[in-house]
Design a protein around this ligand. Sequence first.
Ligand code: ARG
Length: 563
Amino acid sequence: MKEKIITLLAKHLKKDSSSIISLLEVPQDPTHGDYAFPCFILAKEMKKNPVQIAQELANSLKLLKEIEKIEAKGPYLNFFINRALLAQQTLKTILKEKEKYGSQKIKGKVVIEFPSPNTNKPLHLGHARNIVLGQAVTNLLNFVGNDVQVANLYNDRGVHICKSMVAYEKFGKGESPEKAKSKTDHFVGDYYVKFTQEAKDNKQFEEEAQECLKKWESGDKKTRELWKKMNSWAFKGFEETYKLFDLKIKHNYYESNIYNKGKEIVFEGVKKGIVKKKEDGAFFIDLTPYDMGEKILLRADGTSIYTTQDIYLALLKYTEFKFDKSLYVSASEQNYHFKALFKILELLGYSWAKNLTHLSYGMVNLESGRMKSREGNVVDSDNLISDMKMMANEEIEKRHKEIPLKEKEHRSHTIVMAALRYYFLKVDRTKDVTFKPEESLKFEGDTGPYLLYTYARAQSILSKAKSAKAKKQALPQLSDKEKQLIIHLTKFPQIVQSAYASYAPNLIANYSYQLAQSFNEFYHSHQVIGSPEEAFRLKLVQASSLVLKNSLSLLGIPVLEKM
Ligand code: ARG
């Protein structure tokens, strides 16, 4: 409808549509119509007073079936769209396009990297946020038509993993996850914790970790074997956690394979005069003109650092994918790292450096209480999810006395993951979050379970009405609540576009919540089945549940038919 107005104006004023688009406003006051065109823009070229221009345009523009009324109000030209027609068209479009409603056909190639853990400990709550965000952005990218490749980097070498190794060598003689009946990545993480505890009173531990790293670098057989064994435990455990999140990764990169290869690019930088050598032999790039200081790229002893590996990895991804965009989902702690990395790549002359984006996200905290982990450390994702599952099961058992175990399992897992995803995704990704498991699991309020519940409620109306197959019905007089709901449905494609443009799944989450609220307001004040407007209202219920399902699926939340 906006387009109709634009074309109408463009034709009449003999102007480019593009010049009109940016001028069209949405009035604050709804009595001023749905769109307004400010006529003072035309005053100069028409050499007329804008009030007069508005008046003349109002008289001369022809109404369309999409535009009910055109009114001059001071220097503004106000357009009133045909709400009834809009309602009809929206419902028709949704029911026809179904899960494609709101999608687009942009053709781009995008690489998105997450969760990229270190291999010395299990995935913690920050990784949960990382995965949930990465998946939601992936869904959004796909929905607008991109070819999206999920890539993951394992930081599988370095002093952190050596610490777990040193502690295992000292205290873990003969132990294995199988014998200890421990999840494999937790087993590795326990030795990392052990190392940290022991190193507090014993300086020698740190030295031994450095020693281990040197041996690793020189390819010492025993060290490499232990490293392989412990990493394989970490990987195995990660895979199990990924399953909980339904995360499938197509491309895995390993720091151990690439960390050395960045060096050559650094040396090329030296030839180009961009990278310089310090007195002590270290190589650095001067980022002071960009307020990022001097960035070391190779240490004095020739070893590479975190950035060096990322320089190579960025290039490797470009060679493999010829991406239009390459995204990195990673915590805000690494803002400087990525800013510097992208600048370095630009200075090294890679034209695609401008297409790299850091999808930064805030810290995750926990309220102290039930969820604080046994050792007082950060809580890992596995334990959090299984604790939440217990809570969800209690709730389900209260509501349904006899529910088959398999169904209960399915429901509680879906509810827990919806709670977790929604809690993280409803806030701006850059903000810190305090995760409150109980709150996230509530069936009422701004929560994932509330949205699932709303969907199930809509489904239950539809299933009751199956027999009364929707007849054709002329559009009845719409109530305010119905109008509101339809307008909300109409907005979905725009919301998708904005969420995509700024990688902001929170816009989709907030939209879902408002949609659910608007639907529930309608539901509580209108009879659907058996009312004279039944056919129309069933369509409205069906369209609402389709759009809710679409928006939830963008958040990575599958729906439940019953709850
Ligand atoms: N492994 C790192 C960490 O846990 C994150 C890696 C992010 N990705 C990258 N290409 N640097 O902090």
